[in-house]
Design a protein around this ligand. Structure first.
Ligand code: ATP
Ligand code: MG
Length: 380
């Protein structure tokens, strides 16, 4: 094999006329399309192109050699890309860039082009080496992914909009429903008040009053749900305090009975708040009615506080006559305490009754875990 002179650069080796030149064979046989241009000739023509370049572009070798690479450009080639390549050539630095090129038959393909200058040992520019890679499929796949993503995002946005609209619609309906329930309960309360006013029997009057207060406790919840930006939960302490206030006003603030209400913020679902409100209504009504019969003054206490994180304790008591007033929690069958038992069972609350010094009901119930946490931190 004839070895080319050592002092020749690599490109010179490739261009060495010997058919036995191994470098030329490697570059010619490479599956990567390769061209070499000569910037020292007018218009920087191609002086070498391998078979892979011929295959890629569809041009014959004699249509390639001696021509500037711009024959690969076409109607949609980007002038900005052309400007960048021109700049790299002028400044003699390498550049890797994707360009839209055209084959001889007019079909376009994306070309991942790499151009680098080749200098001699003195730094003089000899050639530009250009390798190409048809990256059309990769770009099409990437474009398809981008389009699929955009489509997906559009669909998610549309679905979110639909859901938000449905949710707003549902909220409006729920709001309207709460409003109507509240109004209907108010109408019922007015009717009962009218009926009580026309009743001659004291027992009937008391019965109507009891009914009125039970309906008030219900109405108050719907009023709160309707007015507040209430979510699915309700602040129990505020609700119970309001029931106490209504009862105190009804039973006469001038009676010398003090209400001592201490609550911590406790958010519970309406299904828990409502039974607790009705229980409180019965027990505080009982205190007003039965605890202080022969006394001028007294205190009714309400305390709501967290126990162990998930459970809360509600204490309702008075310093009145206690067990001596006739309270028998176990055997009593009157409606008031029967309601208390049934409602406590409904929310799985435990009830302890102490009639030794006044009357004290201690209920423990489950609040939502998140609210119990809030309560614990509030209890600090
Ligand atoms: N805080 C209290 N202090 C003293 N006695 C009480 C107290 N609470 C209840 N009692 C006694 O327990 C009885 C039962 O109470 P309960 O609430 O079940 O019935 P009521 O108040 O008599 O009637 P209603 O069914 O209308 O409530 C009362 O009649 C009363 O004698
Ligand atoms: Mg009662």
């Amino acid at each position: 094999m004839q070895t080319p002179p050592k002092e020749m650069g690599n490109i010179a080796l490739i261009n060495h006329p010997s058919r036995e030149n191994p470098f030329r064979s490697v570059v010619e046989g490479s599956r990567m399309p390769i061209v070499v241009t000569d910037p020292n000739q007018d218009d920087n023509p191609i002086v070498f192109a391998n078979q892979a370049f011929v295959d890629l572009t569809g041009y014959d070798l004699d249509e390639i050699i001696g021509h500037n690479c711009r024959f690969l450009q076409g109607p949609d080639s980007d002038p900005e890309v052309r400007r960048l390549i021109g700049g790299a050539l002028a400044e003699q630095h390498d550049i890797k860039i994707e360009v839209l090129n055209y084959r001889k038959n007019g079909t376009a393909f994306w070309n991942e082009l790499y151009i680098s200058p080749i200098h001699d040992d003195e730094g003089n520019l000899l050639y530009f080496f250009g390798s190409q890679l048809d990256c059309t499929l990769r770009r099409q796949a990437a474009a398809r992914i981008v389009e699929a993503n955009a489509q997906l995002e559009r669909r998610v946005e549309e679905r979110t909009r639909d859901l938000e609209q449905a949710l707003r619609h549902r909220e409006v309906l729920l709001h309207e429903l709460q409003h109507r329930v509240k109004n209907n309960l108010q109408v019922m309360a007015s009717l009962i008040r009218l009926q009580a006013g026309r009743s001659d029997s004291e027992a009937m009057k008391v019965g109507f009053e009891n009914l009125l207060h039970r309906i008030n406790a219900l109405e108050l919840i719907y009023r709160k749900l309707y007015t507040a930006d209430a979510g699915p939960t309700l602040e129990l302490g505020g609700y119970l305090a309001e029931i106490c206030e209504t009862l105190a006003n009804f039973h006469g603030p001038d009676r010398g009975i003090v209400l001592d209400v201490r609550t911590r913020p406790c958010h519970v679902p309406v299904e828990t708040a409502l039974p607790l409100g009705l229980i409180l209504n019965e027990l505080v009504t009982n205190s007003f009615r039965h605890a202080f019969a022969d006394r001028k003054t007294g205190t009714i206490r309400l305390k709501l506080e967290p126990l162990d994180g998930t459970r809360w304790e509600l204490r309702i008591g008075d310093d009145g006559v206690g067990a001596a007033g006739g309270l028998d929690w176990e055997t009593n069958n009157n409606l008031g305490l029967s309601l208390v038992k049934a409602l406590a069972k409904q929310i799985r609350a435990t009830v302890e009754v102490d009639g030794s010094a006044g009357t004290l009901f201690t209920l423990t119930f489950q609040a939502q875990a998140a609210d119990a946490r809030a309560g614990r931190s509030a209890a600090g």
